[in-house]
Structures are given as C-alpha cells and as structure tokens.
Design a protein around this ligand. Structure first.
Ligand SMILES: Cc1cc2nc3c(=O)[nH]c(=O)nc-3n(C[C@H](O)[C@H](O)[C@H](O)COP(=O)(O)OP(=O)(O)OC[C@H]3O[C@@H](n4cnc5c(N)ncnc54)[C@H](O)[C@@H]3O)c2cc1C
Length: 601
C-alpha cells in the first residue's frame, strides 16, 4: 500500500485493537488486556508466552496466564503484517510481535472489536537465529590457513567426537520422520544432537510396512522442514519413495544419525541434570549423557495385539498389521483380518488383489471418507495445488490451522462432514447396505477430530470400500471369541476358516516406550500421550485443550515427546526445537500451565 492510500476499516480496527492490547501489556495490566477479548475467547500460545503449548480460554484464563507471564515475557511491538480479511462478521489478521527473548508472529480474529481467537507463536530466539536466507552460512573461509578443514573433514571430525569425547545436548530416540524433522531443526539451531534408530537406514520405518502402502495424506500436507518436495512428486507417496526421501534428507541436512542403534535403558540423574542413556550400537554398548531426551518412537510404533484364547494353537500365519509382509504368499489362501480401520482396509484390498479369499472382522463402527472428497472438501483450502496457486504457503497453512483452538475445531468440522455425507450419499448407502457399520465420530466431527482424539477409528478410502460394498471383501461383524487350529471363531459361534490372521488392531500409547526404556514409574508420571481429553471413545476427559504430552514439557524433567503425521511433525518440530535451544543456551524458560496427568495409558 502506498503511504497515502486510505487504510481500510478492517485495518484500522486491527491496528486499534493491537495498540490497546500492546499498551495494556506494557503496563502489566493483565485484566485490562483480558477485557479486550470476548467473553468466549481463546488464546493459543506456542511457546511465546508460556514456554509451553497451551490454549487459555475466556477472560479469566487469559488474565491468569498474563499475570504469570507478563513480567518476564515483556511483549511489545504488536503490528499487523498484512491487510486483514473480513468474512461473516469476523476480521482476521496476521500479526507479529517481540518478546524479551524472541520474535513471534500469530493470527488474530476480531468480532465486534473484541478478540475471539489469538494465536501467538515464538519464531526465533534473539541472538540464536537460524542460518537461513540472508543468514545462510558462507560455506567457505577465504584466505590462507594451513589448518583449514574441508567441509567433509569437519563432518568427519564431528562424527568421531560426538557421543564419544563430546556429549550431545539432545538425544532423539527414534529416527523416523519425526526424529529426522526435529533433528534438522536442531541442526539449524546449532544444538548438538544424536538421533538413535534401531533400523539401519533413515526411512526404514516406512520401508518395513506392508508392501501396498502409500501415504494417505497428499503431498502439500507432507513437506519436511526446509526442503519441499519437488513439483513432480506424486500426490500420494509410495512408502518406499518417502523412505528414500527421508534418507536423502537426513544426509543433506547433515544429521548425526546413528542407525542400527538401540536405546536400551535410561535414567535421569537429577543432580547432574542429565540422562544416562545406554545404547547398543553395532553390538557394543555405549553410554550417552545428554541433557535432554526426546522420545520420537512413533505413535504407530508399539503394536497393540489382543490376546485371544487358542492363538497358540493356530497353525497358519498370524501377525500384527505392522509385521504384515504383504500379500505375495497368500494367493488362493483364506485371510481373516481383524479390525476395520486404515491398515485393515489397505491389507484386505492388497490381499484381494492377489487372489486371496478375504474376510474383514468389524468389531466396532468405523468412519470412512473417500480420499478424493477429503482432499477437495476438508484439505483443499489449505493444502492443494489450488491453494498453492492462490498464494497459500505451507507455513501459512500450518499457522491457519493452529489458529483454530481445538475447543471450537470439532464444531467447525461438523458442517464439513455434513457436506461430505451429502456429496457421497450413494457411496455410504452402498457401504451400509453391505452391513458395514459406519459412524461420523461421536459428535459428527469426522476424521480429523478422530485422529486428534484417538488416532484411530477411520479409513481414508482409496478403493477398499468398493470391495467391501460389492462383497468381494467379506464382512464379519462382532467380537472374536477364540482361535482354533484353522479358524477364527466369533462370539456368536460363526467360524471363519483361515490360513492367515492379521491383527489390524492399532497401537499403544507412546508412554509405553518410556516404560520399556526408563521405568514404569516414569511412564506413569508422564501419563498418556496423545488425545485432547474430549471425553469421547479412547480420549477420556477432562478437557486438556492440547495434545497430551506432545512437543511440550512433561511431568518428567528433560523428557519430551515428538511425532505425529508429517504436517504435525513439520510444524511442531520448530517449537520443540526452540524450547530445547533455549535450555541449551541457559535462557530462563518458566513454564506456564504444565499439564496435569489424569490417565496413565
Ligand atoms: C499404515 C500406516 C499408514 C500411515 N499413513 C500416514 C500418512 O499417510 N501420513 C502421515 O503423515 N502419517 C501416516 N501414518 C502415521 C505414521 O506412523 C506416522 O506419520 C509416522 O511413521 C510417524 O513417524 P514417527 O517418526 O513419529 O514414528 P515412526 O516412523 O514409527 O518412527 C519411530 C522410530 O523409532 C524407532 N525406535 C523405537 N524404539 C527405539 C529404540 N528403543 N531405540 C532405537 N530406535 C527406536 C523405530 O525403529 C522407528 O523407526 C501412517 C501409519 C501407518 C501405520
């Protein structure tokens, strides 16, 4: 805009609000600042104010948070960074601000001059900025120096020293996409880090999954930090292709990635303020002493296999879906797949393609959405080719998403799924006519809320539903009672003859890994990982407001969890990395609203 151009009423509204807000904050007037919010209002803070990931609600919640944080955060210089938008009576603006320690940005929604939602994110720490763009490293030191190390020699020196003569500040346990993305962020922030991974190569956690697997999320949603997929990348990455990308990424991002290394046991030495972590590397035990330990062991990493009487007698093959080798060996065989969510559908379809006789056992209802519909109606505005063409960036899409507090997200999702229900009415009618038990989530909020609440209970349809609807994949409702030598027997007595049984029965909470690695006591101390406390199936209340334990301080000092899908891993790795960097630099990080533990699993 030129200096003489008239400011829009929306820009004036936002500027005036920010000015009053900034003045109240500078005067330490928590109550006055809170009064600028609507009675129903939400402030989602990613590390900038709280050194935590936290949503506070209503004027009282906001006032309390400010009373505890203002004195040390010292926020200032609030400004809008773009022309605000107005839709349906809501004025939305992208904003920026500073604190004593960092620079932040965010998003504001005003209704009738009062704030309805505010997002604040810490983007960088002053004096510890990432070497990006204008700050990129030079890569070479000109001039004469007989002691000069080449880039390669320097990398080799680092690899020889780190973990041996020099201790890493952070160890990340698990080198899947989560550990790799966080490792890349920490590398840019110059935090000495080792990633330990049981498998030999980056990407192996995808390679080891069933043969037919392709990502369920489209490419626009899946970018890693710093390095975007090229424009010829397929919409849905085949699993071995994404694995190769991760391997390439780990190498070019210069990660200290210890493959074929198992984290075996760990204990926190509170006096020394460090972990004593024993790892087995190439058959040798080695002790690492990092100050911070991050579990990036995967939400889909600890298989949950139910125990049925007679399993030990069964003569055929049986395994959890995570160990399913693919359909190759099962042509002409009878396969029973227990479960009816994503993995079950994918595995059933691949087995059917390869000439197996397939039965899916549906134990409870499942939410199904056709992939095309999901992309168009649910994701398209933020993550699609059209969104990119309209100027949407990955970072802005992630922040737009983060600007919607979880408390209101479910309500906003309901109409999306009503639209999907209407659009694909024939599809759902055929599926239900085949006896498939279908649901839309307990409050009709659909797939994404199921993911956030319990990370299960749905299938993104890429073709298996048609096989179910047409009866090509047979459907067996009910509960399994026991197995015999050659069959699965249901509670109603129905026998399902089987040469293969696949338990597509999901995964356990990530704190189970803590029990294995550290102790049951510490696993119980940090409690359940994932879920919002929505008081729906597998996500018991009370309301948490954020994902339990993810990307933020836990009840165990210096223990963190990282992971989620590619979007979450990309987005939240920044905020976790900044929390770790601040600690590495000795910056004071008083945590507001450390989560309480209500459930141990
Ligand atoms: C069938 C299926 C389909 C999926 N589709 C998608 C999708 O389309 N998009 C998406 O974003 N997500 C998808 N997911 C979710 C997927 O699990 C995660 O997105 C992704 O794998 C999580 O990455 P992660 O790094 O958190 O965990 P993982 O990839 O599970 O990596 C964890 C790593 O920790 C290692 N590890 C565990 N314990 C130790 C130890 N003690 N010592 C050393 N190493 C250890 C494991 O070997 C593993 O490599 C899918 C999951 C499944 C099962």
């Amino acid at each position: 805009m030129s200096a003489t151009a008239a400011r829009s009423p929306a820009a004036t509204e936002v500027d005036e609000w920010l000015e009053r807000f900034g003045e109240a904050l500078e005067k330490d007037d928590a109550g006055g600042a809170a009064e600028l919010f609507a009675p129903e209002s939400y402030w989602h803070d990613l590390v900038a104010f709280t050194w935590n990931i936290r949503t506070v609600e209503g004027r009282d919640g906001i006032k309390d948070m400010l009373e505890h944080t203002l004195a040390h955060v010292k926020p200032r210089d609030w400004r809008a960074t773009e022309e605000p938008e107005v839709a349906d009576g809501v004025t939305s603006a992208w904003i920026a601000f500073e604190t004593e320690t960092g620079r932040g940005s965010g998003h504001l929604r005003l209704i009738d001059g009062q704030a309805w939602t505010l997002l604040t994110t810490l983007d960088e720490l002053k004096g510890h900025e990432q070497g990006l763009g204008p700050r990129r490293p030079k890569g070479v030191v000109h001039g004469a120096n007989p002691e000069r190390l080449t880039w390669l020699e320097d990398r080799q020196r680092e690899a020889e020293e780190l973990g041996h003569t020099v201790q890493p500040y952070v160890v990340i346990v698990g080198g899947g996409q989560g550990g790799i993305a966080l490792g890349a962020r920490l590398r840019q922030l110059r935090v000495p880090t080792i990633i330990v991974e049981r498998n030999p190569r980056p990407g192996d956690s995808w390679r080891n999954r069933y043969k037919s697997l392709c990502l369920h999320d489209p490419v626009w949603y899946d970018h890693l930090p710093y390095v975007k997929f090229p424009p010829n990348w397929p919409v849905f990455s085949p699993k071995d292709k994404i694995a190769d990308w991760l391997e390439m990424y780990a190498r070019v991002m210069e990660l200290n990635y210890w493959g074929s290394t198992i984290a075996k046991r760990a204990r926190y030495d509170a006096d020394a303020g460090e972990w004593i972590l024993v790892v087995e590397r190439d058959g040798w035990e080695l002790t690492l002493r990092p100050k911070q330990l991050v579990m990036a062991t995967g939400m889909s990493g600890r298989p949950h296999t139910p125990q049925f009487p007679g399993m030990e007698r069964f003569n055929g093959d049986q395994h959890h879906s995570s160990e399913h080798p693919g359909p190759g060996a099962y042509r002409g065989k009878r396969a029973v797949v227990i479960g009816s969510n994503n993995s079950a559908h994918d595995i059933c379809a691949a087995l059917w393609d390869h000439g197996a006789d397939v039965t899916m056992v549906q134990r409870s209802s499942t939410h199904v959405v056709r992939s095309d519909t999901l992309m168009e109606i649910a994701l398209g505005a933020l993550y699609s080719e059209e969104a990119v063409a309209a100027g949407m960036t990955t970072e802005k899409a992630d922040l737009t998403f983060a600007s919607l507090p979880y408390r209101i997200l479910a309500g906003l999702q309901v109409p999306v799924y009503e639209q999907i229900r209407e659009r694909d009415a024939d599809f759902y009618a055929r599926l239900e006519a085949a006896g498939f038990q279908h649901d839309w989530g307990e409050d009709g909020s659909g797939l994404f809320m199921k993911y956030l609440r319990r990370a299960s209970g749905y299938y993104i349809d890429v073709g298996a539903s048609e096989l179910v609807a047409s009866g090509k994949i047979k459907l067996q409702p009910g509960q399994v009672d026991h197995l015999t030598e050659d069959a699965v027997v249901m509670a109603d007595g129905t026998e399902l003859p089987a040469d293969l049984v696949v338990y597509a029965t999901g995964y356990d909470s990530m704190n189970g890994f803590v029990a294995d690695l550290i102790s049951q006591e510490v696993a119980d101390k940090v409690g359940k990982v994932w879920g919002l406390g929505s008081d729906t199936t597998k996500d018991p209340g009370p309301w948490e407001g954020e994902q339990r334990n993810m990307w933020k301080p836990t009840q165990q000092e210096a223990l963190w969890f990282h992971g989620g899908n590619l979007h979450q891993s990309r987005h939240y790795s920044l905020y976790l990395a900044l929390q770790l960097k601040a600690r590495a630099e000795g910056i004071d990080t008083p945590v507001y609203g450390l989560q309480e533990v209500h459930h141990t699993r």
